[in-house]
Write a protein that binds this ligand. Structure first.
Ligand code: URA
Length: 430
């Protein structure tokens, strides 16, 4: 077996790793004593020289095998699905999609993450519901998915320990943004969930990791090839992320918007994403003949109330008191009697008459990150900021105000912007 020193030199000089080399690398990452300086140097060599598809597939597989690999009852085998998003602003798709998929007959052990950089995390959003426990053991996950059909939980301690080490070292060595390392990190965790099918929401645009479609497509293609190589039917949707998804950004506000969506009153862009991603998954597991039939089923599950019922059951199974879950899912809920309201709120008003031409999701996310709360948009005052830590300084206010572009209403603007989902990459074989 080659030493780490040999392997670092090999990659530094532009060589290609064999499967055995990658096995040795992951062993060095997960055994004690660990040489963080060597791992850091290796990460930088990979960042600079890259990896071909076969190397990325080996890396992903060995990372997946570094810990526990979940297993499911035989009768679920073809129905276990999940979705992963590369991160958005106001991205609450998981909160609607997981229960909608469960209502359509899928098994959804959704393992989600915390916020990364300017993007929000699904776990942080759910934790704004009093009592909701994101940390669940393997047995609890099995029970909840068995009885409800879906859960949304955090990573268990035993899943992909190699990623925990690599991710922390990537963070401090400026090697997070490497396509093969991102692919290994994301797909190894999905592989350890033993999924039948996975859909990736790979975002591009001003408020996304990748600003242009080409960069996002490169990552999407590598993740699709790697996921399919591991035996998971994997597809990717390339979706636009310039503004925000829906009208609310921030943990409890996004829970409210998700509940409103599950009550059939959601914004069009959120529903477009939920229906596209859900439609692809239902098609990949063979519950429907094509994506458009799948999208129709998802829409019926949301608009007919079946998905809301699953969300209520999931909240209760994950620790929320029955009365709280029932109140949140009731038709006319006073949400802030259950969820905490921020101490401060301020509205900003539109500077001129006209129509809203653009809202810069990145500017909003940056300011909200500083204020640690959220924003919701409404009529003439175009944004309402809910925050805890004053002051909302003139600098922050002007950065927020710069996010809004109003233009003269000449009657030519359409009410809805361009379609969010630009392209879907499907596996070669369904
Ligand atoms: N999410 C992950 O889990 N890993 C990455 O590398 C990037 C996003």
């Amino acid at each position: 077996m080659s030493s780490m020193q040999d392997l670092i030199r090999k990659k530094r000089d532009g060589g290609q790793f064999s499967h055995e080399d990658i096995k040795a690398l992951i062993q060095a990452v997960t055994s004690e004593p660990r040489q963080d300086c060597q791992i850091g140097a290796m990460l930088m060599a990979i960042w600079m020289k890259g990896m071909v598809v076969t190397e990325t597939q080996s890396l992903t597989k060995e990372m997946m095998l570094s810990g526990e690999v979940l297993s499911w009852p035989e009768e679920w085998r073809k129905l276990v699905v999940d979705k992963h998003s590369t991160g958005g602003v106001g991205d609450k798709v998981s909160l609607v999609l997981a229960p909608a998929l469960a209502a359509c007959g899928c098994k959804v052990p959704m393992i989600s993450g915390r916020g990364l950089a300017h993007t929000g995390g699904t776990l942080d959003k759910l934790e704004s519901i009093p009592g909701y426990k994101v940390q669940q053991s393997r047995e609890q996950i099995l029970n909840i998915v068995g009885s409800v059909g879906c859960c949304i939980v955090g990573q268990t301690e035993t899943l992909v320990p190699a990623d925990r080490v690599l991710y922390a070292l990537r963070d401090v060595t400026s090697t997070v943004d490497s396509v093969p390392l991102i692919t290994g990190s994301i797909i190894s965790k999905k592989g350890a969930e033993s999924l039948s099918a996975l859909v990736l929401d790979v975002k591009f645009g001003r408020a996304a990791l990748y600003k242009d479609l080409d960069g996002a497509k490169e990552l999407a293609k590598l993740m699709v090839d790697t996921g399919n190589g591991l035996g998971i039917k994997t597809a990717a949707a390339l979706s636009r992320m310039d503004g925000t998804i829906g009208r609310c950004v921030g943990n409890s506000l996004e829970v409210i918007e998700s509940l409103e969506t599950l009550k059939g009153k959601g914004p069009d862009d959120l529903m477009e994403l939920v229906m596209s991603l859900g439609g692809v998954l239902l098609m990949m597991v063979g519950l429907v003949p094509d994506q458009s039939e799948g999208s129709k089923r998802i829409s019926e599950a949301v608009n007919g109330g079946a998905a809301l019922k699953k969300f209520q059951e999931m909240m209760e199974a994950q620790g929320v008191a029955k009365e709280t879950a029932r109140a949140l899912c009731s038709a006319h809920c006073d949400y802030f009697s259950v969820l905490r309201k921020s101490e401060f709120q301020q509205e900003l008003t539109a500077p001129t008459d006209g129509v809203v031409a653009d809202i810069d999701g990145m500017a909003l996310a940056e300011v909200l990150h500083k204020l640690l709360r959220g924003a919701s948009f409404a009529g003439s005052p175009w944004v309402r900021i809910h925050y805890e830590t004053p002051p909302l300084t003139p600098d922050l206010t002007s950065r927020l105000q710069s996010a809004l572009k109003v233009q003269k209403d000449d009657g030519t603007q359409t009410q809805h912007g361009p379609k969010l989902v630009a392209e879907v990459l499907l596996p070669d074989q369904l």
